[in-house]
Design a protein around this ligand. Structure first.
Ligand SMILES: [Zn+2]
Length: 561
């Protein structure tokens, strides 16, 4: 037999951005050994007529740090063609963690990443087989996973480990910074691909306290990045906030020769049109010798809300007045929601960002009308012959104000998003896979990019989109042996149908540990997913069982050993 696996008759789009070409692909011993012509017999052949054959997708912004300990399949990323993920983003993670801090770190993940605490406890158990970061990597390697994993070292567990609970309250002393530097070096030497952190004001952990990384001074950040500079390896990933600006990022990037990628540059983050200034800034920084790369998203940023606490409408005065009135006289809120005159306010007296807000809302959870769940509000309203705002408030009232809605609050202006995702100085990422599990699901960003932005909107050619899902993020993150189809490279391959590829509608399932729920999306048009030469998904089904030896590799230093 010449090949273990052969893919015939497809269009090969190799990840570099160059034009696709008709050809076959042959795989042996986990590697691509033939590209273009692959004559000779194979143990298994996949017919890729009318299909695209591309490198497996590289998702550089995930939060599988905990999930990987109970779900070695890393669902749902491989369903959407992802064969390599980066964990440890935003500085979150589970190592290093002392036994005494396990509960605190899980409570922090619960808050910042919207994971159910019950699921985390049940999934990780009482006894963790690791304390330090190197031990955590050893655990991942020993367990194995369906797809490849590279890890950033997280600032939040690091600070908690070194400073204890004071890490949420104060700056670090010079001694503590020295200890942290040592541990960053240890993590990098064990195979971390960089350092993740967050100064986002929205990142609060256990007991509502700021996550430890938010208490880091500019000097502490500088010290952590200096280790990467000394080692001449690794990148910094940061979720932005007030305290460590893009100017600081450019400074450390230049000073230490370290790339910095920040999350996330979204349309409307700085008001309509405000993204332009950030793109210009990124271009300028690039010219000045700093490598500061905003991460952008090809999907709208959604938030879930209820009409019991409709926090997303808080910017509107009449909403705040209602909350205040209801606090004094409980029941005011419900009466307003039932009042046609008040309903009219919610239709017409909204700020510019909320114009026609109901067109961006999905009904997420409504026990009184299960058949409407996951349906766009406007579609459901049209079906019932109702006004959408009336329907939303009727559902709220019928479900004791607990009905949940999901609304795109940013990154929904497609003209602006197109500018962001095609800009030469950004990378498309931000799937947040594994996080916000019950609230949103952007782990399907790859099939969304191919279905929506390539097929429907023609913003990218297939070659450009595949390049943005493969070689480009891999290079940015120092993942050196993934992202391109070439002879001699590991065989991470996706076979997809460009006419049908896309994410399915979001579905709520209850498959997390302790029966916790999450949203998932099944892909269409993903025919085959191959990791290190092994077929792990075929025609929408798993080809490996969770108890099998799995083909994914831990990419220490950004590559398989
Ligand atoms: Zn994140």
């Amino acid at each position: 037999m010449t090949y273990d696996l052969k893919i015939t008759g497809g269009t090969i789009v190799d990840g570099t951005g160059r034009p696709g070409f008709a050809g076959d692909l042959g795989i042996e011993n986990g590697k691509v050994v033939a590209l273009g012509r692959a004559e000779g017999a194979a143990a298994r052949t996949i017919d890729a007529t009318d299909r695209v054959v591309s490198p497996g997708f590289v998702d550089v912004h995930t939060h599988y740090d905990a999930q990987i300990l109970w779900d070695r399949m890393l669902t749902i990323s491989p369903w959407h063609g992802v064969t390599t993920t980066v964990i440890g983003n935003c500085g979150f993670g589970v190592a290093p963690t002392r036994a005494a801090h396990r509960k605190l770190i899980l409570q922090t993940l619960e808050k910042v990443e919207g994971m159910s605490l019950d699921a985390l406890h049940a999934g990780l158990g009482e006894e963790w087989p690791f304390e330090t970061f190197p031990q955590y990597l050893d655990t991942l390697e020993k367990n194995g996973a369906a797809i490849n994993v590279a890890a950033l070292f997280g600032h939040t567990p690091l600070r908690l480990y070194v400073m204890g609970e004071e890490s949420t309250e104060r700056a670090a002393t010079p001694d503590e910074i020295a200890t942290m530097k040592k541990l960053v070096r240890e993590a990098m030497e064990a195979g971390a691909i960089g350092f993740g952190t967050s100064v986002s004001v929205s990142h609060n952990g256990y007991a509502g306290k700021p996550v430890p990384s938010r208490q880091a001074t500019v000097d502490e950040m500088d010290a952590m990045v200096s280790v990467l500079g000394d080692l001449k390896r690794g990148l910094m990933q940061i979720t932005i906030g007030r305290d460590f600006s893009t100017r600081h990022m450019a400074e450390v990037s230049r000073k230490y020769g370290v790339p910095v990628t920040w999350t996330a540059l979204l349309s409307h983050l700085y008001g309509p049109g405000g993204h332009r200034k950030q793109l210009d800034l990124a271009a300028e920084q690039r010219k000045s010798g700093a490598l500061v790369i905003p991460q952008v998203s090809c999907r709208p940023l959604n938030f879930e809300f209820t009409f019991a606490e409709p926090f997303i409408f808080d910017v509107m005065k009449f909403m705040n007045e209602l909350a205040a009135a209801d606090a004094k006289d409980p029941g005011t809120r419900r009466r307003a929601y039932a009042d046609p005159a008040w309903r009219e306010k919610l239709r017409s007296e909204v700020t510019p960002l909320f114009q026609r807000w109901w067109e961006r809302v999905v009904i997420a959870w409504a026990p009184s009308a299960r058949e409407l769940e996951e349906m766009p509000l406007a579609v459901a309203a049209a079906k019932l012959g109702k006004d959408p705002v009336d329907l939303a408030l009727d559902l709220a009232l019928a479900n004791d104000l607990q009905a949940r809605f999901r609304m795109a609050v940013m990154n929904f202006d497609e003209k602006e998003v197109a500018e962001l995702i095609t800009d030469p100085n950004t990378i498309i990422a931000l799937s947040d896979a594994g996080a916000h599990a019950s609230q949103l699901c952007d782990a399907c960003y790859s099939t969304h990019l191919l279905g929506h932005w390539v097929r429907e909107r023609k913003t990218f050619s297939i070659e450009e989109a595949v390049h943005n899902l493969t070689q480009r993020p891999a290079e940015m993150f120092g993942i050196t042996d993934r992202g391109v189809l070439a002879a001699g490279r590991p065989a991470d391959v996706v076979v997809f149908d460009p006419k049908t590829v896309g994410p399915g509608p979001l579905k709520r399932v209850y498959d997390l540990p302790a029966g916790a729920d999450r949203l998932i999306s099944e892909a269409s048009g993903i025919d085959a997913v191959i990791v290190n030469g092994e077929l792990i998904r075929h025609e929408g089904k798993d080809m490996v069982a969770t108890n099998d030896r799995l083909p994914g590799r831990l990419l220490r230093h950004g590559r398989a050993a």
